[in-house]
Design a protein around this ligand. Sequence first.
Ligand SMILES: Cc1ncc(COP(=O)(O)O)c(C=O)c1O
Length: 436
Amino acid sequence: MPPRFERKPRTAREEELLELARQTLPAGVRTPSFSPEYAMVVESASGCRIRDCSGNEYIDYLMGSGPHLLGHAPPAVIEAVQRQLAKGSSYLLVSEPAIELAAAIVRTVPCADRVCFNNSGSESTFFAMRIARAFRKRDKILKFEGGFHGMHDYAMMSNQWTRDARRLPRPSPNSAGIPSAIEEEVLIAPFNDLEATAAIIEEHVDELAGVIVEPLQRTLPPRPGFLEGLREITRQHGVVLIYDEVVTGFRLALGGAQEYYGVVPDLAAMCKGVASGYPISILCGREDIMDHANPMRQIQGDHVAQTGTFSGNPIACSAALATLGELEKPGTYEQLFARGRRLMDGLQEILDAAGIRARVSGEPPAFQPWFGVDEVFDFRSTQGADAALGNRFTELLLDRGIVKAHEKFFISTAHGDREIDETLEAFAEVAAEIAG
Ligand SMILES: Cc1ncc(COP(=O)(O)O)c(C=O)c1O
């Protein structure tokens, strides 16, 4: 039996750091639950474990919100980064790791004829939309209700945090400070509803540049035929289909969700999972669309400016190449999926056995439980879920030495059978407490 977790009280140093953070960080202290008592300052992380400054060690399923497919601080990535560090960190000019990485992406990601590098998921979805507009010479972007594409103005519409959902296709801004004019440029459709989506596309086709979708929306898988239908209708009208593979890129397969679900978009944005936590994101896609990033097009006036000081820096590219090298080893995905499957199915079975109404949704490498509902398939169907119980579940796991995000569990290759066993045991205890 593994030793039971008992949280050590906060040290004076951790209290001091938390207080300093409160005084200096306007966004506040990010905690693994909504209750301040669970606030922690991270001291270090390795493999599937994370430690706070008071000496508590947790099994980590937050995994930095997804990037650590190989677990924290994987040796192969550290070694590759260390080799690059002494050679310099950022040149603006293209480097050997950047070119090798671009070639590797073209080799592994089905839609990728050409590749551009950025630093965050938000940047790559932002540039994907801009390039789609330049290609189509139209302005509007359609996204799905509850889908998340990052922090820029066009993306922060009707995402998973929406409170005042409007009648579709009207968007609801998710932040103050977004110019109201942007609302006119974004259309919202219901995920997994092909008929309603097709009707919106057809009505607005003359002003529509692109459709952006998370192929696995948060943890909601596409219904059979949904992505296929979306592909067909966008192709039929020449509208650019963009996959936001910021989460699914490398996580569901080397070729991302487009390989996993077998439907290839025109453009894709990838980020988490690419470089084991080093800041890099990738925009890739069809040659004729991506060609708008070619500066030679300045002459014809349809060049899309998309560059950045740190974009394609050799440290992040080296980390990505090393990550890819590890993921390409035979059996990696089989193991990742097998462990994730045990945990995901195990959680559903434990909740069912305890008589707790809940649905676990997702794919084995990234999933989440929704309490108080039987079925989830789009944003509105998740709105009936019991968020307070979800938060209690998160906190009861924290009390047992397990960290997860408010939403998902992220599995890595570093989560071994032992940790999966321990987690299943904790699920059973938590379920008994909730049911009890
Ligand atoms: C699907 C998806 N797209 C885009 C983003 C934004 O990425 P970043 O936080 O790197 O800007 C996220 C971040 O969680 C995401 O989950």
